[in-house]
Design a protein around this ligand. Structure first.
Ligand code: SF4
Length: 410
């Protein structure tokens, strides 16, 4: 904010506590002149203000304005409509090249997926899909009134022992679709379902096919933003292929320590990979932005599912996001963890009559304990609250919250 009557918008310098003030001014502007487009670095010229505004003298202001500038868009054209036909052709040939030597995720299998499969067990010609439907279980800003057009891919490049979609991710139930058929389903979701977006759920291991499907769908007339809903075990090459095709990145940041990721996700180097991936996603599309209807159109929203007994890891994750990505990043601290998949299942090889080393009979507890007993319970609300408090303390302020009235909320 500088000269009288001129508003300089710079998201790096305007502190979050001034957003209420910004909203008041902009609401007046919208009433008088209609909705403006405001993006990073642009200057919004405002006719002479009647009073001189002194934001530093304002008392502490509650920060809850997700829809205030600079997070408000007057209109939105999906990014895949903005790339040239030459760039589209380059992306197609890059997608085929990746399939012939697949190092698209940190598993680095290096296989020709036309001939054999890697760790994800999915080939090159088709993807395996479990469900395609308007979905009402996503964040309100994605599901809106008509639902998020979700495509649940079968298979996964992680092996989380607590997987909340075990039957889809680990057992690979579903039907095979070529990229062109997938694009036709996106069109059905748009034309019949009237959904607000196409939401690609667990697509890390089928990125080339997804890229091809989006390019085909743009020729068919798709107009919806695309959400890449990922566990963040992505490679930079994969995200580079997606640059220009994805509008919203929806990454999970699951755990913080390497020890935990090795034990619970069966992946080395998860945390470093997730950090690198989320930074790259944010560099592509920035913080989450909405149109005036309250539906998100572009940006990053990070999810963290708080795990029982692992709230310390959650606190580290939110602190890292605030310090290394953006204090304006939108975050969903989730409390719906429930023991699934391998958690609590009987231990393999434990027999009732076994005699432990030293001649001891196994205790009743040992005999009855299931696997991963430490996470075999729902998460406590106090654990969720402690992660939320750490996030606020670190300076994060844009949270996904349940609507108090039980309906659509932004
Ligand atoms: S996407 Fe599949 S084949 Fe490719 S590196 Fe990852 S696990 Fe291996």
């Amino acid at each position: 904010m500088a000269d009288e009557g001129v508003w300089y918008h710079d998201p790096d310098n305007i502190r979050a506590q001034y957003y209420t003030l910004v909203l008041d001014v902009c609401q007046n502007m919208v009433r008088r002149h209609g909705l403006p487009t405001i993006q990073g670095g642009e200057k919004l010229v405002i006719p002479k203000l009647r009073t001189t505004i002194q934001p530093k003298t304002l008392p502490g202001v509650r920060r809850n304005l997700h829809l205030a500038p600079p997070f408000l868009l007057d209109d939105y054209v999906p990014r895949y409509h903005l790339i040239s036909s030459i760039d589209a052709a380059k992306k197609r040939s890059l997608a085929y090249a990746h399939l012939r030597e697949c190092n698209l995720c940190p598993r680095l299998c290096g296989v020709n997926r036309y001939e054999k499969t890697g760790v994800c067990l999915i080939g090159a010609e088709t993807v395996k899909v479990n469900t395609i439907a308007p979905h009402f279980g996503e964040e309100p800003c994605f599901q809106g009134h008509n639902g998020s057009g979700s495509v649940f891919f079968s298979g996964c490049n992680l092996r989380c022992v607590f997987c909340q979609n075990h039957d889809i991710a680990h057992q690979r139930n579903g039907f095979d679709l070529a990229p062109e058929e997938l694009a036709e389903w996106y069109m059905k979701l748009q034309e019949v379902g009237r959904v607000h977006n196409i939401n690609l759920v667990t697509p890390e291991h089928v990125v080339p096919q997804v890229a091809l499907s989006i390019l085909h769908a743009r020729e068919l007339g798709l107009r919806l933003p695309i959400i890449y809903n990922t566990s963040s075990f992505d490679s930079l090459e994969s995200l580079e292929l997606l640059d220009g095709l994805i509008d919203i990145y929806l990454p999970d940041f699951k755990v913080w320590s390497d020890e935990t990721s090795k034990r619970l996700l069966k992946a080395d180097n998860y945390t470093a990979t997730a950090m690198e991936s989320i930074k790259a996603m944010h560099a592509q599309v920035g913080d989450l932005c909405f149109t005036a209807d309250g539906v998100a159109k572009k940006g990053v929203l990070v999810r963290h599912l708080v795990m029982p007994g692992l709230e310390d890891e959650g606190r580290e994750i939110v602190k890292w996001l605030a310090e290394n990505v953006s204090k304006d990043i939108m975050v969903h601290i989730m409390e719906q963890y429930f023991p699934r998949a391998h958690v609590g299942k009987p231990r393999r090889g434990v027999k009732v009559d076994v005699v432990e080393t030293g001649g001891f009979q196994p205790s009743k507890e040992t005999k009855t304990q299931g696997r991963y007993e430490d996470i075999n319970r729902p998460v406590g609300l106090d654990e969720v609250a402690s992660v939320r408090q750490a996030a606020e303390k670190a300076g994060l302020w844009r949270f996904v919250e349940a609507a108090k009235h039980g309906g659509f909320n932004i």
